[in-house]
Design a protein around this ligand. Sequence first.
Ligand SMILES: NC(=O)N[C@@H](CC(=O)O)C(=O)O
Ligand SMILES: [Zn+2]
Ligand SMILES: [Zn+2]
Length: 440
Amino acid sequence: MTRKYLLRDVSPLGDGTTDVLLADGVIAAIGGDAESLAGDDAVVINGGGLILLPGLVDLHTHLREPGREDAETVRSGTRAAAMGGFTAVHAMANTTPTQDTAGVVEQVWRLGRDAGWADVRPVGAVTVGLEGERLAELGAMAESAAQVRVFSDDGKCVHDPVVMRRALEYVKAFDGVIAQHAQEPRLTEGAQMHEGVVSAELGLAGWPAVAEEAIIARDVLLAEHVGSRLHVCHLSTAGSVEIIRWAKSRGIDVTAEVTPHHLMLTDELARGYDPVFKVNPPLRTQRDVEAVREGLADGTIDIVATDHAPHTREDKDCEWGAAAFGMTGLETALSVVQETMVDTGRLTWADVARVLSTAPARIGRVPDHGRPIAVGEPANLTLVDPGIRRVVVPEQQSTQSVNSPFGGRELSGCVIATWLRGRATVMDGSACDESVVVSS
Ligand SMILES: NC(=O)N[C@@H](CC(=O)O)C(=O)O
Ligand SMILES: [Zn+2]
Ligand SMILES: [Zn+2]
């Protein structure tokens, strides 16, 4: 039996205020009868001004287990997810061993279930060992207990067009989707950062926008040709937004994600040679940042996904050229979206629920998440205080790694509480310095 929670005067999707009762794992009442049905034993949260959202769903998380438990584990990564307001995460396949068999994806799924912080949906590798040659056992992963629906060689691009075509065709049988890390490998050999004015000045090898755009253009045409569903990971350039806009206008079944860091940060940050800003795809220009914000606002880009990529100090605290690509993001994603998109008037909180919960749940075919806030629905929810301002301290986060590009920055908003099937995974506002009054 989970406890009952009475949320007084909360604002579902930021629209009006009401009382919400959580009991027996579901939303038991909204409005009038919530108070009377609560009884004496409910935990009461006085939520004046707090926004209630469906639990966030991340389509792109690196949990690093099995293989790199020194950077993150399923337990530490999903705890970070809960702190960030997430109730479900997709665990990327670039683990060691690779998540390319039913056995490995079931292991990751089970670790997530046992940890209990958030539902873990393992992503299956497209090719054996992410090597881009032979298709992995996609059907067996789909039919396993992990119920894999998203397949990706993320970290690497499925660059052989025949392999990509076969994968797109194959996953139709079980309503799966191929999530492509769009990076033309020959155009990015040795690349260290975005190719442009700053890379030329710093003398670092450039990762041109066309290396991303060429693969996206090819893949939307392949998806159209075989009538399959395609998802584009961490889209980062203005040109990519244009291609997706064109593809959608033709009716091609493509979805796309942008990361919080590509919504906020630019390649100017590389000037300090601090590898905390080294990521794949690289931070781009202000013009690209404007384009991805606009694409997210007009629906061209479907979702925000974190690409939470924890790395150890050994792998990050070195010279730029030797450092690993990647940055953490689960505990700052919602704040970055609030600051770049809500506080600027580009998205409403209902839109935030769409881009961070409903749409990723739909793309990943995740049951019980991304649902409306309505009586009878599973109580997968997060409660947010948009009024808080907080400085990010990576060492104090729940993720085991400290490679946050937002360390030392002040951000808006903080998660106060998160519920997974009616059980509180975050309750004391521990993700921020302030908390709402909880009495029981
Ligand atoms: N984003 C990154 O820079 N790194 C990711 C791989 C990836 O998402 O491509 C990682 O696994 O570290
Ligand atoms: Zn990637
Ligand atoms: Zn990734």
